[in-house]
Design a protein around this ligand. Structure first.
Ligand code: SF4
Length: 683
């Protein structure tokens, strides 16, 4: 009775989870992914984490959306594409009559470059608005804003493979082994092969075990940490004077500011020993090559842009930028968050970070798109949600995002969406956000698509369709094209991802040499790729910075808005864990993952727990000025007694009920890492 196990297909594509962008091979039988493996020669060198290897059951889940849905009498009912598209077009026309501020869209870092390009073009050309943004606003908006000011472009300056030649790695504000597991593994490998490692994190993360110096800084003290390290470097005369003279500007004013600081003063704010700051600084400055790696522990603060500019200051002060193995490396979160930014799904940026405020840029795009487009600065994610709640935004189109779980201050988001006039959600499952939708549109997942993702190291990588999509769902860009057509607008009648990428290349200088054909032929491309015979840049800023000279920027310490006080004596940090991705819509559909990480938890130091009479596994009620949630206690001796940690993935028990507060004034990123809180044992 033996039936041979025959795969009908073996398709190479890209992991749909994090920004590392691992290549995966999908084995397919009967239109189902039956196994996933990886091969050598890609960014991941045969490595995969638990998500990339196992979390693909969602593709063939019975919960997948298969048909459009329209809300009638409060209930989402099945509808035809014709009905859904007609209703959306009618409502968009109505909203547009109130002016461009009445229309907004949230694009998706989960979707392809091609989807994002078409989405932002739709919002600008058909919607007539720059109110288009996506969840990069919540993770690395401060990177885009900060590195653009310091260097002229906001992206990882090195390639992942350069980790192998770094003499020193400075990891801060990132729990890399959990959030970018393959990069975390490469950092560990490099450390085992002789690379020095500095880790600065409020939680004693796994990488701290391998570190030459570990600095357990207080949450929200990145800026004084960087300043303290730079002060120590100046005290030791270890600044790279030749690099500073030749490649930078603004140094004199910066140096004057630094002269007002002491290492001891900075160390006191950070809550660490000044000698450890000196040790870390001298280790970083004296090695020939070195890279800084950071993520949301640096960016998600009201001073996120200052933190990012401080990483750039440190790299320039030590001449560790613009050379092989030297650079500043923001680890981008989602699979295509880099690409969604590159494609102009941002309120002030057209594709390739060409500014809506520049009349020449606007004129160029009007010519290319044969349409009038707005030249103002649109609204950001949090401003869009506010605008819906204030009933200024009358039409909101959300593609592949779940802001009810991922945005700060869930109670506020829910109250705003409750008031929404008309909400379209395009997704692969019903989510917490579709509870508020008037129309839900079923879209393809990564395994049903061609197109491209751009990973954290600026590498544009090819997706290949492996399985057929369920029901009558459609590709994201195709759906957008149907709405544009119904609105009577031309320029959206694309028939393939190739055509869309060709249009992207024609208007985006950093993608000018990119085509899907080149990628199919095996070319490996990292932007900026200025011509068809270029593979782009392995590292950035070699001869000069994108802005010409690198700019030293003064960043003084500004305390976080939330400070522990009598009523709220603890500080909660939020973050991600290895097994889950974002609001879990994909990862929670793999039973094995649910078994090991099915429930929300609150990490607490055992001493703190003892003081509150809390045992491991007890439910803890956590209250902040914005909300209250309850989750199981998980002891962690590596967290300070004054701190708590919660992952944000879990809908009803999600940490974002507790977050919110003052935005970074430049990047408009919310503070997710410093939340004052009180706890009690849930009885
Ligand atoms: Fe996927 Fe990131 Fe894991 Fe690689 S490291 S397999 S890209 S989730």
């Amino acid at each position: 009775h033996f039936k041979p196990f025959v795969y009908t297909k073996n398709v190479e594509t890209i992991c749909p989870y994090c920004g590392v962008g691992c290549t995966i091979n999908l084995k397919v039988m009967d239109n189902k992914i039956t196994d996933v493996y990886s091969t050598e020669g890609n960014v991941n060198d045969n490595l995969l984490c638990v998500k990339g290897r196992f979390a693909h059951d969602f593709v063939s889940s019975e919960d997948r959306l298969t048909t459009p849905l329209i809300r009638k009498n409060g209930i989402l009912e099945e509808a035809s594409w014709d009905e859904a598209i007609s209703l959306i077009a009618e409502k968009l026309k109505e909203a547009k009559a109130d002016g461009p501020q009445a229309v907004a869209g949230l694009s998706s870092a989960r979707c392809t470059n091609e989807d994002n390009y078409v989405f932002q073009k739709f919002m600008r050309v058909v919607g007539g608005t720059n109110n288009v943004d996506h969840c990069a606003r919540l993770c690395h908006a401060s990177t885009v804003a900060g590195l653009a000011q310091s260097f002229g472009s906001g992206a990882m300056t090195n390639s992942i493979e350069e980790i192998d030649i770094m003499d020193v790695m400075f990891v801060t504000g990132t729990n890399t082994t959990e959030t970018h597991p393959v990069i975390g593994a490469k950092i560990k490998q490099r450390q085992q092969n002789g690379g020095a490692l500095i880790v600065a994190e409020p939680r004693r993360i796994e990488l701290a075990k391998y570190a030459d110096v570990y600095l357990q800084i207080k949450p929200g003290t990145n800026v004084p940490l960087f300043n303290g390290m730079m002060r120590a470097i100046l005290d030791a005369g270890l600044e790279d004077k030749a690099f500073i003279d030749k490649r930078t500007e603004g140094y004199e004013a910066f140096k004057e500011f630094m002269d007002t600081l002491t290492v001891e003063g900075c160390a006191e704010i950070c809550g660490v020993d000044s000698e450890d700051i000196r040790k870390a600084a001298i280790l970083f400055a004296t090695k020939e090559t070195g890279g800084i790696f950071y993520s949301m522990g640096v960016t998600q603060h009201k001073t996120g842009t200052d933190g990012v500019m401080s990483t750039a200051n440190l790299a320039m002060l030590t001449g560790k930028i613009g050379r092989e193995g030297c650079g500043v490396n923001p680890l981008r979160g989602q699979n295509n968050v880099q690409g969604a930014c590159d494609m102009g799904a941002l309120p002030g940026d057209l594709p390739g970070y060409q500014k809506t405020a520049n009349p020449e840029v606007v004129e160029k795009f009007e010519k290319a798109w044969n349409a009038k487009i707005p030249d103002n600065l649109g609204k950001t994610v949090t401003e869009i949600i506010d605008g819906v709640g204030e009933e200024i935004i009358k039409f909101l189109y959300i593609m592949g995002e779940n802001p009810v779980v991922s945005d700060p201050n869930t109670n506020h988001v829910r109250a705003a969406l409750e008031k929404s006039n008309f909400l379209v959600v395009q997704d692969i499952f019903l989510t917490e956000t579709t509870e508020f939708a008037d129309v839900v549109l079923p879209a393809f997942v990564y395994a049903e698509k061609d197109g491209t993702f751009t990973n954290t190291e600026r590498r544009i990588q090819l997706l290949r369709k492996a399985v057929e999509a369920p029901g009558i769902s459609k590709n994201d860009w195709e759906i957008i094209g149907l709405i544009a057509k119904k609105m009577g607008v031309e320029g959206f009648d694309f028939t393939s991802d190739d055509e869309i990428m060709d249009e992207i290349a024609s208007v985006t200088p950093s993608y000018a040499g990119v085509s899907l054909e080149r990628l199919r032929n095996g070319d490996r491309i990292q932007w900026p790729c200025l011509s068809k015979d270029s593979e782009g840049a392995r590292f950035l800023h070699a001869e000069k910075f994108t802005r010409g000279l690198g700019a030293f920027k003064i960043a003084d310490y500004i305390p976080p808005e939330d400070q522990a006080d009598e009523e709220y004596p603890l500080i909660l940090m939020t973050g991600r864990i290895l097994q889950h991705y974002h609001s879990r819509t994909m990862t929670m559909r793999t039973p094995g993952i649910q078994e090991i990480a099915g429930d929300a938890f609150v990490e607490i130091n055992p001493m703190t727990a003892k003081a509150y009479g809390i045992e491991q596994g007890d439910f803890i009620k956590v209250t902040s000025p914005r909300g209250v949630v309850s989750a199981k206690a998980r002891f962690n001796e590596g967290i300070m007694e004054t701190n708590l940690f919660m992952p944000f993935h879990y809908g009803e028990t999600g940490a974002n009920y507790l977050t919110g507060g003052q935005l970074d004034p430049v990047a408009k990123i919310p503070p997710f890492k410093v939340v004052k809180a009180k706890i009690c044992k849930e009885l």
